[in-house]
Design a protein around this ligand. Structure first.
Ligand code: SF4
Length: 156
């Protein structure tokens, strides 16, 4: 039996991205893997389409209530992001997930690089809120940009 792997739903073609589209990858959609698709922003009851949002501090500080997440209208959307990340972590734990492939640069799913909070298309080091929670809870996270690692997983 194949192990279950968590994946950002938009990578499997679900139209849950902020602009109402997806970033589906055919090699992932066709892979012989038992995917568990999640979208923290939908679980957090954000609408689609929705304005883009960016972290104003680190994921750790946001989860500790020391910083926040705002959208491009400067509305505070932190609670949606934290609620959604926690719901998706619960799903992961119920499914005994040990590995996740998450969409790069997202304020929820991004790993290693996220937009810097200025809405000027600049990146900074850091993780999205859900990716950070996964790592803190022993789930290995692979970025959707890491094509070599993803290919190895698909080929197993
Ligand atoms: S929160 Fe994650 S799964 Fe949902 S649209 Fe953004 S990158 Fe995709």
């Amino acid at each position: 039996m194949k192990n279950k792997i968590l994946i950002s739903a938009c990578l499997l073609g679900e139209n849950c991205r902020y602009y109402g589209n997806n970033c589906g990858k055919q090699n992932l959609i066709n892979a012989n893997v038992e995917w568990i698709p999640i979208c923290p922003e939908i679980e957090g009851k954000l609408e689609t389409p929705r304005p883009p949002s960016e972290l104003q501090g680190t994921a750790e500080d946001i989860l500790l209530g020391k910083s926040n997440i705002v959208n491009s209208k400067r509305e505070d959307v932190t609670k949606h992001y934290i609620d959604g990340a926690k719901i998706c972590l619960e799903i992961s734990q119920q499914e005994n997930i040990y590995l996740a492939i998450l969409k790069s640069r997202s304020p929820s799913c991004g790993l290693g690089k996220v937009y810097d909070g200025s809405f000027s298309n600049n990146l900074k080091d850091g993780d999205g809120v859900f990716a950070y929670l996964c790592k803190q809870n022993g789930i290995k996270v692979i970025s959707s940009d890491d094509k070599m690692q993803i290919q190895k997983i698909i080929d197993i």
